[in-house]
Design a binder for this molecule. Structure first.
Ligand code: ATP
Ligand code: MG
Length: 424
């Protein structure tokens, strides 16, 4: 027998029972972003490999070991996007969207990283991200964080912790880097293999280690905050004061560095304790150096990326149900001759009531089996069209979840009746 073909490891099917929650997250995000005047941008899933090497940085987990890179038929090295920022910046540069203007943008889509699959960590996952370009002041950092805070509010997710830190300017980071390297060298024997490697290539990222055995060494490391100049301090202070004024709780986490190379000054993460080790549902910050690093004119930038898979998992943990998509009305068609007229009646109802969710029984079946399906559909009421009803241009109305008498209604009264009962 031929080998069964299954989905690629770490890549999931999202089944119809699960998609309403995904749609809820996507719809809510779109509404929240619109309420701040952010506009959507869509970029390709595949980019030149060079783009990610140059933006994310050669010595990051992503570029070192997580990218899906392949040669296409022309021999070009292409990569499935592991994150959304690089493509967004590339598109904006290519189309002149960064020149003497500000941009507020958002995107969503599948991202690909060859990681070890586990709960909350997949090889294909979805991000919703937001980017703001052309604004150097702390006001936009604050706005971006407030957008994310509002997202949790609208999604009904309480209890996420906002962790925030500042990485200062590249110059300040350099001074810190030297102090950090001294400290780590002095504690070399306590570093794991990964950290020893990072100590050489990218010492700040030792602080990003997920290894619990490293927690103590990391806790004792010097803090970057002490190397900040006046301007970076002031920038950070506007943000923390703004969060306080807006009533958004936060904790300053001096060890928060983020895995990507392109951040400067503000970094933040939203963390949950509901998902075990994969606790970060959203991460972002300022990345003023990136556009220039990609060959453009220096452009201030700030944004975040949210892991939709993890946000949906949080909603599931909280027992949130999204049943918005269920039909409201189920049309039972009793008899062969009513099938086509039934579909036509359904079309008329949908014309009259654009929001109506109406499922028609296709494929026949006994009265009993049709009612079983009606019940399972989640609809509130069944409309019954048999040959007698068709003759009289009526339908029977039977309530599926309420104790109400069955009634008979004329076809031309139906739209008004449904409007009244369902309110759409
Ligand atoms: P982590 O530390 O968990 O590996 P990261 O720092 O690599 O995360 P980012 O590159 O900042 O993650 O991506 C932003 C968000 O996208 C993360 O906070 C997380 O919610 C989500 N995310 C990242 N990688 C994955 C993955 N492999 N599967 C599911 N979600 C992911
Ligand atoms: Mg990662």
């Amino acid at each position: 027998m031929a080998k069964k073909i299954q989905a690629v490891r770490g890549m999931r099917d999202i089944l119809p029972e699960q998609t309403p929650l995904w749609q809820f997250v996507e719809k809510t995000a779109r509404q929240v972003f619109q309420s701040y005047a952010y506009r959507e941008i869509r970029t390709p899933v595949v980019e030149m490999t060079e783009l990610f090497k140059r933006s994310i940085g050669e010595v990051t987990d992503i570029v070192e070991k997580e990218m899906y890179t392949f040669e296409d038929r022309n021999g070009d090295s292409l990569t499935l996007r592991p994150e959304g920022t690089a493509g967004c910046v590339r598109a904006c540069m290519e189309h002149g969207l960064l020149h003497n203007q500000v941009q507020r943008l958002w995107y969503t889509g599948a991202m690909f990283r060859h990681e070890r699959p586990q709960k909350g960590r997949y090889r294909q996952f979805q991000q919703i991200g937001l980017e703001a370009y052309g604004m150097a002041g702390p006001d936009i950092d604050l706005e971006v964080i407030l957008v994310s805070a509002r997202l949790w509010k609208e999604l009904g997710i309480p209890g996420l912790e906002l962790q925030i830190n500042t990485l200062g300017t590249p110059g300040e980071r350099k001074a810190y880097r030297a102090r950090l390297v001294d400290y780590l060298q002095a504690h070399r024997e306590r570093l794991d293999e990964d950290s020893l490697r990072r100590l050489e290539s990218n010492p700040l990222r030792v602080l990003d280690s997920k290894n619990p055995d490293m927690a103590e060494v990391i806790a004792g490391a010097p803090a970057l905050m002490d190397d900040l100049g006046e301007e970076s301090r002031a920038h950070f202070q506007v943000i923390t004061a703004g969060l306080e004024a807006a009533g958004v709780d936060y904790v300053v986490n001096p060890r928060l560095v983020r895995g990507l190379d392109y951040y400067s000054r503000t970094v933040f993460e939203w963390v949950t304790d509901l998902l075990g080790a994969q606790g970060t549902v959203c991460a972002g910050g300022r990345y003023d150096g990136l556009v220039e690093q990609l060959g453009g004119r220096s452009t201030p930038a700030v944004g975040f990326g949210m892991g939709v898979d993890r946000v949906v998992a949080v909603l599931e943990e909280l027992g949130v149900n999204a049943t918005d998509g269920d039909p409201q009305v189920y049309l039972v068609l009793a008899g062969d001759r009513v099938q086509a007229p039934g579909l036509v009646l359904a079309e008329r109802l949908r014309n009259a009531l654009p929001g109506l969710r109406l499922q028609v029984n296709c494929g026949g079946g006994s009265f009993k089996s049709q009612f079983k399906k009606a019940d399972r559909s989640g609809a509130r009421m069944a409309l019954i069209l048999g040959e007698d009803e068709l003759q009289q241009q009526t339908v029977g109305v039977k309530w599926l979840r309420e104790q109400r008498d069955q009634v008979s209604l004329a076809h031309d009264q139906l739209a008004a009746f449904l409007k009244e009962e369902i309110g759409e």
